[in-house]
Write a protein that binds this ligand. Structure first.
Ligand SMILES: [Zn+2]
Length: 158
């Protein structure tokens, strides 16, 4: 289990990458779950223009999600609903970030696992909703795929 502000999978964060590598390659888990929650203050502050100090840098990753889905999000006039949608989109994007790691793709290559899940926990109802599921790199963009084929004697992929 790894927790951070706004359930982010950041490719330069050695803390989450270490947890992921340990889970996938050493513990050999079959499922990795990104679980966000409704009313996430990390997501909420990312939608604001507040200068909160160092955390601005971390929340920058959510502003990138906002930018990616700008059209959909700005079409939602109700700010509470827009914010709740950002929570959902952020979870889905973090599952994509997991799929883009060589750690997860190495697991898929070696042992057809783990399956990735994106969940949102509704604090009011207690329900978990699955919004994303990725198995064996289904729908992964070719540019995000690592090549695990055989190497030549200089260590280059054939
Ligand atoms: Zn939160």
């Amino acid at each position: 289990m790894h927790r951070n502000v706004a359930n982010l999978v950041v490719h330069t964060d050695f803390s989450i990458l270490s947890v992921l590598q340990y889970a996938v390659e050493v513990l050999r888990v079959n499922h990795v779950i990104v679980c966000g929650h409704c009313g996430c203050s990390g997501d909420k502050n990312a939608m604001s223009n507040c200068d909160l100090g160092l955390i601005n840098k971390w929340l920058r990753n959510i502003k990138d999600v906002y930018r990616l889905f700008h059209r959909e999000l700005t079409s939602i006039a109700d700010l509470t609903l827009r914010f709740e949608r950002l929570v959902e989109l952020n979870v889905c994007e973090q599952v994509q970030n997991l799929a883009q790691t060589s750690i997860v793709q190495g697991g898929w290559n070696k042992r057809q696992a783990p399956t990735l899940h994106g969940w949102v926990y509704n604090l009011r109802t207690g329900y978990l909703e699955e919004l994303a599921r990725i198995e064996l790199g289904a729908d992964l963009d070719p540019i995000d795929r690592f090549d695990f084929g055989p190497k030549d004697d200089q260590g280059r992929r054939a």
